[in-house]
Design a protein around this ligand. Sequence first.
Ligand SMILES: [Zn+2]
Length: 475
Amino acid sequence: MALSVLLRQRFAVREITSKYSRAVGASYSSGYRVGNMPTGPETLPYQVVLTRTTEQQPNAIPRAGFYPQVVAARRFTTLSENRKVQESTVMGKVALNGAARMVEVEWSDGGVSRFPYVWLRDNCQCPLCFNPDSLSRRVLMNDLDVNVSPVRVKLQANGSLLSVEWPQGHQSQYDWQWLRERCFSPQARSEREKDWQRKTQLWGAELVHNLPKADFPAILTHDRALHDFLALLDSVGLVLVQKVPCDVGQVERLANRVAYLRPTNFGKEFVVVNKPNPSDLAYTTGKLGLHTDLNFYDHKPGVQMLHCIEQTMREGGESHLVDGFSVAYQLKEENPDAFRLLTTLKVNFCNVGLDFHKFFLRQRQHTISLNDQGEVQSVSFSDQARDSILDLPADQVQPFYDALKAFDTIMYLPRNCLRFKMAAGEMIVFDNTRTLHGRSAYSLDDIRHLQGGYFDWDEIYSRMRVLKIDLGIKD
Ligand SMILES: [Zn+2]
C-alpha cells in the first residue's frame, strides 16, 4: 500500500540565500515547496518533489522590511565527488611555469587551470603519500619541501592523467576530474562557495497554521524522509514529528538514525516531569521563559528533541517557540543600539548542581552571535542560566538590561511567538542555536511527561552529505 505524503512544507516562507564570499548576499523571496507526486504502481512508497515557486504565497510573512538581505553562511558542503563535471573534458596541454611556480593545464574544452607546485606535491595521491583506505594524507609537513619544483610534467591516458616527476624520482599522477574539482580559478572557487550557502527560512507565529511536519516511522525507515526532515530542520529550525510511540526511548531512536545522542550534564537524555528538589526549572510546573538550552557550554548542543509522552488535559503546558534569527534581525531594524550591545557584550551563563554528577558549568556568550559577514549565526538567551556575575563596567549594566529587555519584548510579540500544545505522540525538534523555546505553567496536580535529548549539527550535515550521495539528491 502506498503511503501518503510523509513530509509537508506547505507554509510559505521568506527564503534568503547568502553568498559566503560577499559582504551582502543576494536575496529572493520565492520558497521551495515540498509536495507529493501521484502514487502508483511504479512509484516508491515515499515521494517528495521540491519545486521552486514564484507565485504569491498566501501565508507569506508580510514584514519584508524586517529582514536583512543576508543570512548565516551554510554550515555544510557536499562531497566533491558529487560535483557535476563534463564527462568529455580532458586535458589538452600541460606546461611548467617556473616564474609562478605552477603547473598550467589547458583543458580541451577551453580554459587554463594553474596548480601550485607545493600544493601538487603535498597532495600526491600515490600510496606512499596518501592512504587510500583512510583517505588521508601521509605526507608530513615536517618532511615537505615547500620550495619543491617538478623535474618534468606530461599527460597520459589520452589527457585524462597528469603525470609529475619530482626530484629523487618520485612520481605523482593526478586524475583530470580530481584536478578539475580542485581548480583554483575565481570561477571554480565561486562555484564551490555555493556549497556553503545556507537557505534559512525566517518565520513568525503564523507558522503554527502550517508547521513543518515529518512522520516518525518514515524517518526511521526511509532515507529520503530522513534527508528531507533534516533539510527542513536546517532551513526552518523547527519540525513537528508525528506518530511517535508514547513511551520513553524515542528520542534516542531518532538520534541514532541521524548519528547519536549528545550527552550533557543532565545525562544522555532527560525526562521533563514535576520533580522534587529539581536540578532544573524545567522539572517544575511553573512557566518557563523563552530560552535556548545549555548556553553554559562552549559548544552547546545544536538540536533539541522534546517528545510528548503524556500531556496535561487541562489549561497550560503549551510550548512557546520563537525564531531567534528573525527576532534578532527585527531588533537590528528597530533598535540598532540594542542589537550592537547584544552582539558585542558577553553574558555569563552558569549551571551548578547535581544530576548524574556534581556539575559546575560556566561559559560566556554573546546573546546574538554574528559570523564574519555580520549575519546572525546563533542566539544564546536564558534567564534561568544567566549568571549574577556580569563582567561589565557598572555604567554598561543599565544599557545592557535595556537591550535584553528590548530583545525579550520583540520575542513575545504575538506576531513572533508561536504557541502550540503538543499532543501525546508528537515530538518537536528544533535548532537550539536559533529557536527559542519556553512553556506556559500547568497545574501542580496535572501530569505532563516529556522526554528530551540532543544531537549536533556536524552529525546532521555529515548524514545529509552521505544521504545526498547515496540517493543522488541534487541541490
Ligand atoms: Zn607520492
